[in-house]
Design a protein around this ligand. Structure first.
Ligand code: AMP
Length: 382
């Protein structure tokens, strides 16, 4: 029987899910408010608003199982689908990940340490939180923030007015949270998967570099001591079990030297797991589908050493990119626009030295020396 998978959201994550699922005999349908959502190039796309209950119900009639590629899908939209077909990951996971305060409270309850945090409801609350947590700190919206948007860094007390001017008026709508600033050594993520049967697996830990809050490069497997890797994966497992999570998710962590602090979870396939398409035995996209369908999970082991480079704004010329040995190109089929995630490349190599050579070639050929530099430096220092 052909299984029809419905995805709320039709962006690049839905697109890569469809690319992974078509060989498994799956068929895809998408629902997205944007008529030109890029996964629509591969599967039928229904254009509708997230709160269009009629459209959601009609969509549910056309599919056997539902998932999403975007964590800001309203939980109520998922409910409309879940009343008719299995919908994964479930509401608890979605609602938890949509609110930074709920999420961090849950992490702490599970024994997963986080940066210090406090809810901020008004200007007096900001002053109180700054006094309690100390500065520097970061004021963030609780809901609807992503890729570093909806955030203000406070260096000292002189920034309190500016922080409130930047985000205060959003407080009634999306809520605010103040987080202590963590002088971390590096950013790591655990991309993991839990299936309907409770089977759990994690890919090797990934190290990530961000530029202006947006992921720029990922390296996997990260050079992480075994006890630290076990701790990180243990956090991910406890979180997944407590949410009765089904599907792939990412847990973003700060490596603060002597401890790991959890920043946030993404209840979906994740940009820091794109390297798994070519760099792991089973990709995050395939395992997400296996998990929600209750099929056995595939091996999450790394095939090689991989580095993923994000392309923001525009994708390099295919011929120039493909001239770099070991480079795999992913063009999401999106119109170029400043700052937009439009594609990525993954370089795979058998050894760290080979990966350094590949990255240097890619950096030169694509004019991206600054983007590859921190990864090259890391590989050289290992
Ligand atoms: P987020 O949207 O929470 O993932 O934040 C985007 C980026 O801001 C992170 O990837 C970090 O580089 C930085 N950041 C966020 N929270 C903190 C924090 N509490 N301390 C230091 N840096 C942070």
């Amino acid at each position: 029987m052909t299984r029809r998978v419905g995805i709320l959201g039709g962006g690049q994550l839905a697109r890569m899910m469809a690319l992974a699922g078509l060989p498994l005999g799956l068929r895809f349908s998408l629902l997205d408010p944007a008529p030109d959502a890029c996964a629509g190039q591969l599967a039928p796309l229904r254009k509708a608003d997230w709160n269009d209950t009629q459209a959601l119900a009609a969509f549910a009639e056309s599919i056997d199982i539902a998932t999403f590629d975007f964590e800001n899908v309203p939980a109520a939209s998922l409910d409309v689908l879940a009343a008719r077909v299995p919908a994964w990951p479930g509401r608890d996971a979605l609602a938890t990940a949509q609110d930074r305060l709920v999420e961090k409270t849950r992490f702490n309850a599970l024994g997963i340490p986080t940066p210090g945090f406090m809810a901020v409801d008004d200007r007096a609350g900001l002053d109180a939180a700054a006094r309690a947590l100390g500065l520097p700190a970061i004021l963030k919206t609780r809901r609807l923030g992503y890729d570093g948007k909806g955030q203000f860094r406070l260096r000292g007390e002189a920034d309190l007015d500016a922080a409130w001017a930047a985000l205060g008026e959003q407080a009634p709508r999306v809520g605010l949270i103040l987080e202590a600033f963590v002088p971390f050594r590096r950013e790591l993520s655990v991309v993991a998967v839990r299936s309907r049967t409770g089977e759990f697996a994690a890919w090797p830990i990934t190290e990530n570099w961000h530029v202006e809050g947006v992921l720029s490069a990922s390296l996997a497997p990260a050079d992480v001591p075994e006890p630290l890797a076990r701790e990180a994966i243990g956090h991910a497992r406890r979180l997944a079990d407590s949410l009765d999570y089904v599907g792939v998710f990412a847990l973003e962590l700060f490596d603060a030297g002597d401890r790991l602090l959890a920043n946030e979870m993404a209840p979906r396939v994740h940009n820091s797991g794109h390297w798994t398409i070519e760099g792991a035995r089973t990709s995050q996209f395939e395992n997400h589908l296996r998990a929600i369908l209750g099929w056995p999970l595939g091996d999450t082991g790394a095939r090689a050493v991989s580095c993923m480079l994000n392309f923001l704004g525009e994708v390099p010329e295919a011929a120039a990119a493909l001239a770099v040995p070991g480079l795999h190109l992913h063009d999401y089929g999106k119109a170029p626009r400043a700052g937009r995630k439009v594609g990525h490349a993954t370089l795979c190599a058998d050894t760290a030295e080979e990966l350094v050579q590949g990255l240097e070639r890619a950096g030169q050929a694509l004019g991206r020396m600054a983007q590859v530099a921190p990864v090259v430096e890391k590989l050289r220092s290992c």
